[in-house]
Design a protein around this ligand. Sequence first.
Ligand code: ISE
Length: 302
Amino acid sequence: MLATSCGGARIFTDPQALILDDEVQADEPSGFALIATPDTTHAALTTACIEAGKPVLCEKPLATNQDEAWGVIEAEVAAGRRLVQVGFMREFDPPHKDLKLLLDQGELGKLLLFKGLHANLDRGPRDIEDVITNSLIHDIHSTRWIMGQEAQEVYVQWVPAQPERPNTCRLLITQMALTDGALAMLEVNADSGYGYEVMVSVVGELGTGQTAKPVGSTSLPSPTLCLAGNQTRMIDQTWLTRFETAYLLEAQAWVNALLNEAPIGPTAWDGYMSLVIADACKCAAQTGSPEAVPQIERPSLY
Ligand code: ISE
């Protein structure tokens, strides 16, 4: 039914067959692949696109761990050109972009601290590894992107969702020491009890900055209401409404960039480095100690 409503789209049950199909032409918008399948399939499908010479926008995480992600880097380096963009859509979110612009203009001077708040609504008890690779990965990338620094050391503490299963995670705090001497403190709430929110605040030598509250996604009214003795504001319930604008801007920017043959946005290297840091966080969670993050030489393609 959906295929008919899209003008008779062909349906594939095998993603590899779709990627290899001759009708999917790499030099036309129909030939750009957008991968939004389960996390465990991302690396193999992205690599298949690279090997077929087809540009690909892959949802985060690029892979489930750094070794898998390195395979994607090797394939792209062998192809000799950038074909991959990773779906860290916060780079296209107006409140994040506005803050980043002011920081890049040096408004706050040298940056000292990144604080990230990432509140989710309950999706059932999740293991700490899943919260790190699937949710914290956004905050890891935001830290690298907004601060313009890599992580050097990470330390992880969390509150279990179920006390009898200590590996489950209700709330996670990650601390990071960054390469230029700044710090980061990332809070991921796996079940806020009230809604979905993402906010960043930054402390610089000259002052502080914070992302603006999003001005109502298209599906939510933005006004604050005073009613029956209470002041209320609607809060998104999922990332799909909170980041609706960012997803649209991300996809449009990706297509525009490819038509101009100049890829932009988060690279496979960003996808890889965020997993190097995520893997260090998983280690730190296991050992209960600060964990050093390996500093890896960036291939010249990036
Ligand atoms: C989800 O997969 C996303 O990517 C959301 O942006 C994030 O907030 C959520 O925690 C993830 O599970």
